[in-house]
Design a protein around this ligand. Structure first.
Ligand code: ADP
Ligand code: MG
Length: 452
C-alpha cells in the first residue's frame, strides 16, 4: 500500500470518527508499512499510539479492509524523528501539533487520559453523588442541570470524572464537539488570542462546542479579563442549552477573588462535592489497581494485609495512594521479593511518615464532646457532674494516647488543669476500660473516628 492510497483510506475515516477526531488523531498518523496483515503506523508519542489504538484501531482496520487490503491488526510505534522523553503522565503532554490553518476548526483541548473512564472509577459513599451526576451528563440528551459543578480536594477524582464524561460522549457520537480543558489552558488560549488579534475566532470557537468542560476553575480567580471572557462564554453556551461541566477545589461561593456574578452563575446548576475518601473506597481503588499490576508484574506475590495497611495509613489523596502502590510493585520486582508489610514499610517510609495525621487535642475534645453529646465548653470547664467528667477523662486519655503532648501541655488545653489531674483521668479510664465493656467499645470507636 502506498502513502497515497493510505491518504484516501484516511479521508474515508472522517465519516467514521468525525472531523474533530480525524484532525487530532488520524491525520498525524504516518503509514510505516503493511506486511502479513499488519498495518504499522508511526505516531508522535506512546500515549498518542495507545489512544488511537484503543479508540480508533478497529475503525482504521475496517476502513483498510474495505479498501481491499487484508489487515488483521494495526500497530503503532513512536517514529524515529520525534521520539519523546519517557512519559509518565500522558495527560500533561501538549496536544499533537497541528497546522495553523486548521486550528479554528479543531477544539483546542488537551488529549484525554485514556485510563480515566467510568469503568476504572471506583464508586463509594464519598463520591457516589458526583459519580451519578457525571453519569447523567455522559448520557447526553436534554440538559437537566447547567452547569454541573464538581468540587473537592486534590486527587479525589474530579479530572478523572470529567475525562470519563468526555470519553463516553465521544464514543456515543463522534461528531459531538466536546471540549475539555483546564482553566489555565482557557486563560492561555484567551491571552494568545488577544495577542494575535484573534479574539473573534476565539469566541466563535468556544461558542461552537456542544459540551464545555473547564477543570480547576479556581485558577481564573483574580484574573479579570479572563474571568470576563469566561463569563460571556459561559452565558452564551447556557443560552444555547449546551452542557457545561466545571470543577474546582472548593465550592463556588468559597472561591476568593471570583466575581460575584460568576459565583452565582456557577451555583445555578448542580453543585456536588467529592468528599475525602474513606477506608472502603481506598481499599476498593487499591484492589482495582492491583489487578492491573498483577498483569504487568507477573509472578509477584502480594502478602495478605498489605492493601489494608495502605488503605488505612495513606489517607491524604488517591494520587498518593496510587503512587505508593506503583512504587511498591516496581521496587518488589526490582529486588525480586514478595510484597510484605515489612517491605511496604521500608519502601514507603517517607510517604507513610508524611501522611501520618497530626491529631490535635482540640480535635479530640471536639470529637469526644460530639460523641457524648456534651458541649465543648463543658469539656474544658469546671463542672464535675459525672456525665461531663467521664467524657472529659476519655478525652484526656485519648490525648495522652494519640498525641505526643506531655501531661502539663494537655492540662493547659483542658482549661489550665494541673498535670496530676490529667494523670488521674488517664489512669481512671485505663482502669475502667477493662471492666466496663461499653467504655471499651466507646474508646475503640472514637479511636477509629479520630484516626480516619
Ligand atoms: P483531582 O482532579 O480531583 O485532583 P484526579 O481525577 O486527577 O483528581 O485523580 C487523581 C488520581 O486518582 C487519578 O489517577 C485518578 O484516576 C485516581 N482516582 C481518584 N478517584 C478515583 C476513584 N474513585 N477510582 C479510581 N481512581 C481514582
Ligand atoms: Mg484535577
Amino acid at each position: 500500500m502506498t502513502n497515497e492510497s493510505w491518504g484516501q483510506v484516511r479521508e474515508g475515516l472522517i465519516k467514521r470518527v468525525g472531523k474533530n477526531n480525524y484532525v487530532t488523531w488520524i491525520e498525524p498518523l504516518r503509514l510505516a508499512g503493511l506486511k502479513n496483515g499488519v498495518a504499522r503506523f508511526e505516531v508522535p508519542t506512546t500515549f498518542f499510539g495507545d489512544w488511537v489504538l484503543r479508540n480508533f484501531g478497529d475503525q482504521i482496520r475496517l476502513q483498510l479492509t474495505q479498501s481491499g487490503e487484508s489487515v488483521d491488526r494495526v500497530e503503532f510505534a513512536v517514529g524515529n524523528g520525534n521520539q519523546p522523553a519517557p512519559e509518565t503522565r500522558p495527560a500533561a503532554k501538549p496536544a499533537p501539533q497541528r497546522a495553523r490553518a486548521e486550528l479554528t476548526d479543531v477544539l483546542p483541548g488537551g488529549p484525554l487520559d485514556s485510563r480515566f473512564t467510568f469503568d476504572s472509577f471506583v464508586v463509594g459513599k464519598p463520591n457516589e453523588l458526583a459519580h451519578a451526576a457525571a453519569r447523567r451528563v455522559a448520557e447526553g440528551g436534554p440538559v437537566t442541570f447547567n452547569p454541573l459543578f464538581l468540587y473537592g480536594g486534590v486527587g479525589l477524582g474530579k479530572t478523572h470524572l470529567m475525562h470519563a464524561i468526555a470519553h463516553e460522549l465521544q464514543a456515543k457520537s463522534g461528531d459531538l464537539r466536546v471540549l475539555y480543558l483546564s482553566a489555565e489552558q482557557f486563560m492561555y488560549r484567551f491571552v494568545q488570542a488577544l495577542r494575535e488579534r484573534q479574539v473573534m475566532d476565539f469566541k466563535e470557537l468556544f461558542r461552537s462546542v456542544d459540551v464545555l468542560m473547564v477543570d480547576d476553575v479556581q485558577f481564573i480567580a483574580g484574573k479579570d479579563s479572563t474571568q470576563e471572557e469566561f463569563f460571556h462564554t459561559f452565558n452564551a453556551l447556557v443560552d444555547q442549552n449546551k452542557q457545561i461541566v466545571i470543577s474546582a477545589d472548593r465550592a463556588p461561593g468559597e472561591i476568593k477573588d471570583l466575581e460575584e456574578r460568576i459565583k452565582s452563575r456557577l451555583q445555578c446548576g448542580l453543585v456536588v462535592d467529592l468528599h475525602p475518601t474513606d477506608y472502603e473506597l481506598r481499599l476498593g481503588i487499591l484492589q482495582q489497581k492491583v489487578d492491573y499490576y498483577r498483569q504487568q508484574y507477573q509472578g509477584l506475590v502480594l502478602a495478605d494485609g498489605v492493601l489494608e495497611f495502605l488503605a488505612h495509613r495513606i489517607t491524604t489523596n488517591v494520587r498518593v495512594l496510587e503512587g505508593a502502590l506503583t512504587r511498591l510493585f516496581a521496587f518488589a520486582s526490582l529486588v525480586g521479593r514478595e510484597i510484605t508489610l515489612d517491605l511496604a514499610q521500608d519502601c514507603l517510609a517517607d510517604i507513610l511518615r508524611a501522611s501520618d495525621r497530626k491529631l490535635t487535642i482540640e480535635e479530640i475534645q471536639r470529637r469526644v464532646a460530639d460523641y457524648y453529646n456534651i458541649r465543648l465548653s463543658d469539656m474544658i470547664g469546671p463542672k464535675r457532674l459525672r456525665n461531663i467528667a467521664r467524657p472529659r477523662q476519655v478525652a484526656m486519655f485519648l490525648s495522652k494516647q494519640l498525641t505526643t503532648r506531655s501531661l502539663p501541655e494537655i492540662g493547659r488545653r483542658f482549661g489550665g488543669r494541673d498535670h496530676t489531674t490529667i494523670m488521674h483521668g488517664v489512669r481512671k479510664i485505663e482502669e475502667l476500660k477493662s471492666t466496663e465493656s461499653q467504655l471499651a467499645d466507646d474508646l475503640l470507636l472514637l479511636r477509629r473516628l479520630l484516626q480516619g
